[in-house]
Design a protein around this ligand. Structure first.
Ligand SMILES: CC/C=C\C/C=C\C/C=C/C=C/CC(=O)SCCNC(=O)CCNC(=O)[C@H](O)C(C)(C)COP(=O)(O)OP(=O)(O)OC[C@H]1O[C@@H](n2cnc3c(N)ncnc32)[C@H](O)[C@@H]1OP(=O)(O)O
Length: 308
């Protein structure tokens, strides 16, 4: 029992910021065994935090709450995406974790989507690396065998919406100021095929086509109408509803639910895995076009003006 707890704890050891999984071994930790074990036995919660992600795992329920914490808008830069993928992978291999609630620590914002500055004024190698990190985040989240619930406590455009769409269930706060959707065309860019596939899976072809062409951002109630979210609840009920829904989902045997989830999601995952390198090449050649760079720069200027 103590040995198991120790191994689990080491899987969840805090990561050096922006780095890769720490190669801690049981032996390196030998001297701390007793105190760590006692600490773990007396506490049912484990938490760890990186620069842009914090995770709290409740060992009793097997549910982790993962929060994005990159103010002002949780835009997804390379470091956040990398931390996200590493943390999710750690939870994935942790037997004590069966479900993840994804939410934001930044008031009024779930995530502003990809960090536009990662897609402007950089070189091709950078864009390629960035895109690989975006793909990796999505493959890990959409392909997770755990129950994943998005507790959307703020606006969630573009890549933020993709994250929410990749979860098994979406709960959004009832606040008219919050919007959610894949608004890429409003930036003058095209949503990649796998963004298109996933929104089509969730809301159906007709609604997705209209939504994508017009780059629509929906209020919570409109998002509910088209099935982009599953539930709209009072702002102060988002987390408790997410916990209640999670508890319901976790009453099912993991094995049956996981195989069913995998059956439903495998075709889309395989499509990206098969075309991963081509998708990166495509992204790089697209994003380096002068016209696209200009559109993104203008969009950033517009955002900055609005903020003043
Ligand atoms: C054939 C084609 C083939 C292949 C194509 C392949 C790929 C192309 C693909 C790319 C896909 C991209 C997906 C994306 O996610 S793009 C990002 C889209 N995001 C948005 O449009 C959101 C923009 N932001 C907002 O709407 C708002 O900021 C807000 C609603 C999230 C929050 O509003 P607030 O009023 O609370 O805050 P602001 O004052 O607007 O912002 C504060 C601060 O943050 C900066 N900022 C906002 N969003 C981003 C962002 N996404 N990236 C970087 N920075 C952002 C904003 O400029 C402000 O900065 P300053 O304080 O003024 O410095």
């Amino acid at each position: 029992m103590i040995a198991t707890l120790l191994i689990q704890h080491e899987k969840l050891e805090q990561l050096p910021s922006g780095g890769t999984l720490s190669p801690y071994g049981v032996h390196q930790k030998h001297g701390q065994i007793t105190s760590q074990a006692l600490q773990l036995l007396s506490s049912q919660r484990r938490q760890f935090s990186n620069t842009y992600i914090s995770v709290k795992l409740d060992e009793t329920s097997g549910v982790a709450v993962m929060k994005l914490k990159r103010p002002p808008v949780n835009s997804l830069n390379m470091e956040l995406l990398t931390e996200f993928a590493i943390n999710l992978e750690k939870l994935e291999i942790d037997r004590g974790c069966r479900g993840v609630i994804l939410t934001s620590a930044v008031p009024r914002i779930f995530s502003a989507g990809l960090d536009i500055t990662e897609m402007c004024g950089k070189n091709a190698d950078h864009y390629g690396e960035f895109w690989r990190a975006v793909q990796e985040m999505w493959l890990k989240l959409y392909g997770s065998s755990m129950v994943t619930i998005a507790a959307i406590n703020g606006s969630s455009p573009a890549g933020g919406c993709l994250m929410a769409l990749s979860c098994d269930y979406r709960i959004i706060a009832n606040n008219k100021k919050y919007t959610i959707g894949l608004n890429e065309t409003q930036l003058g860019i095209v949503a990649p095929f796998w963004f298109k596939d996933i929104i089509t899976e969730v809301i159906g072809h007709r609604a997705a086509e209209r939504s994508l062409q017009l780059g629509m951002l929906y209020s919570p109630t409109d998002a509910l109408k088209i099935g982009l979210v599953d539930e709209v609840v009072a702002e102060d009920k988002v987390q408790s509803t997410a916990s209640a829904v999670m508890a319901q989902w976790l009453t099912l045997p993991d094995h049956a639910r996981q195989i069913t989830k995998s059956m439903m999601r495998k075709p889309s995952l395989d499509r990206l895995v098969t075309h991963r390198e081509a998708d990166i090449t495509n992204f790089v050649s697209y994003i380096t076009r002068d016209s696209i760079q200009k559109s993104l720069q203008m969009y950033m200027e517009m955002l900055k003006k609005k903020g003043r």
